[in-house]
Design a protein around this ligand. Structure first.
Ligand SMILES: [Zn+2]
Length: 341
C-alpha cells in the first residue's frame, strides 16, 4: 500500500519555505490529509463504497451511496481536537525537521500554544502514529539485550524542592529490551525497543517472538536467560567474553550503541522527564527516528508521519493520560463490486 515511493516536491515539501507555502491554510492541510488517507480515492467509512464524495460545508465529505457525512480527520489521530489542522501540520513539520525531536515545552514555545498540556498531548498523538502495527519482523543477524533507563516523572515542583531528599524517590529505573539488525560487513539496520517488566526469560522471549523473524540468527550475551532461544527454533549465537574466537571489547556493539543513543536522547531532548507509564511511546518515537536516520530528506519523515497519523485511529486526552491504546478507526471493508464483478 505505501510501497509507492513518494517524490520530493510533489508528495512532500522539499524545504521549510515550500512547507509554509503548501500548508498555509486548514483547507490545504485537509486536502493533503485526504490524499494520504485515501490514496486510491475516497472510501466511505460507514458503507465501504469507493466513490468520489460530495462536498458539504466546513470541508465535510458526503458518501454518494449512503449519504453518510464525515470529515477527513474523523477516525484519525486528529479526530475531535480543537487544534486547527494548520497547527497540527506545523507541529508535524517541526517534530520531523528536528533531528532529535522536541520536548512538549519546546513545542509549546515554538508554536505559541496556550498550554503545556496541548503540546504534550499533540506529541503523544504523533508518537502513537510513529509505529505501524503491521511492520515487518527483524531478520538476518539480530543482537538482543536488555538495558535500564533512568526516568523521573515531571512533577512541576520548583528546582529547589526537587533537590530535597524526596526527589530521589521519583526516579525510576525502567527495563527496556533492545533488538538491532546487524548488517554485513558493518553497520546497523532497523531497531525494536520495548519496555519489559524485568530481564526475565518470559519477558525477553515474548519480546523476541514479537519482533524477530524465526529464521533470524539471534546474538546475545552468555546469560542463561537466552537459553530457550534454541528450543524456540531461533539460531542462537551467544557471545561470551571468555573463549570467543575474536576477542572483542564489546560483545554486542549494536545494542550497546543503540542503548547509549536512547539514553542520550531521553536525557537530552526530554531531560529524563518521562512518565514511566508512557515510556513505550517514547521508545516508538526513538525507533521512528532511528530507523529513518539515513533518509535524505526530513520531508520524507513528515510524509510518513502524516500518512500513519491518518491510519492510526483516534485517541482522546484521557486515553493518553491513562495509557490506553488508540481506538480502532471506523472502517468498513471496501466494496469493490465493480472491479470483482
Ligand atoms: Zn457510505
Amino acid at each position: 500500500m505505501d510501497e509507492i515511493k513518494p517524490v520530493a516536491g510533489q508528495d512532500y515539501p522539499r524545504t521549510w519555505g515550500e512547507f509554509q507555502d503548501w500548508f498555509a491554510s486548514d483547507e490545504a492541510c485537509a486536502a493533503y490529509l485526504e490524499q494520504l488517507r485515501w490514496p486510491n480515492g475516497f472510501c466511505c467509512p460507514a458503507c465501504g463504497v469507493a466513490d468520489a464524495p460530495g462536498r458539504a460545508t466546513r470541508g465535510r465529505l458526503i458518501c454518494r451511496a449512503c449519504r453518510h457525512q464525515c470529515s477527513v480527520t474523523a477516525g484519525t489521530i486528529f479526530d475531535k481536537t480543537r487544534t486547527p489542522l494548520r497547527v497540527w501540520f506545523a507541529a508535524a513539520g517541526y517534530v520531523t525537521n528536528q533531528k532529535q525531536g522536541v520536548s512538549a515545552l519546546g513545542l509549546q514555545r515554538v508554536l505559541g500554544l496556550n498550554s503545556y498540556q496541548t503540546a504534550w498531548a499533540m506529541l503523544h498523538r504523533f508518537r502513537r502514529a510513529m509505529v505501524r502495527p503491521d511492520r515487518d519482523l527483524l531478520s538476518g543477524t539480530v543482537e538482543v539485550d536488555e538495558t535500564f533507563v533512568a526516568l523521573r516523572r515531571r512533577t512541576g515542583v520548583k528546582r529547589k524542592a526537587a533537590r530535597s531528599s524526596k526527589a530521589h524517590d521519583r526516579s525510576h529505573l525502567v527495563a527496556v529490551a533492545v533488538a538491532v539488525e546487524m548488517l554485513q560487513p558493518k553497520g546497523f539496520g532497523r531497531v525494536r525497543l520495548r519496555r519489559i517488566l524485568g530481564p526475565t526469560i518470559d519477558a525477553l522471549m515474548a519480546f523476541v517472538r514479537e519482533h524477530i523473524a524465526p529464521s533470524a540468527t539471534v546474538r546475545t550475551d552468555g546469560s542463561p536467560i537466552y537459553a530457550p532461544l534454541q528450543d524456540a527454533g531461533f539460531d542462537h549465537d551467544p557471545h561470551v567474553m571468555l573463549g570467543s574466537k575474536a576477542p572483542a571489547h564489546q560483545p554486542l556493539p549494536g545494542v550497546h550503541r543503540v542503548a547509549a543513543l536512547l539514553k542520550r536522547w531521553l536525557l537530552g531532548t526530554h531531560h529524563g522527564a518521562v512518565d514511566p507509564r508512557h515510556v513505550d511511546y517514547y521508545l516508538d518515537e526513538f525507533t521512528f527516528r532511528f530507523n529513518r536516520r539515513t533518509s535524505r530528506s526530513r520531508g520524507m519523515l513528515f510524509y510518513r508521519l502524516i500518512q500513519q497519523a491518518a491510519l492510526a485511529g483516534p485517541v482522546t486526552y484521557t486515553d493518553i493520560r491513562d495509557n490506553l491504546p488508540n481506538q480502532r478507526p471506523p472502517q468498513a471493508l471496501p466494496r469493490l463490486v465493480e472491479l470483482n464483478g
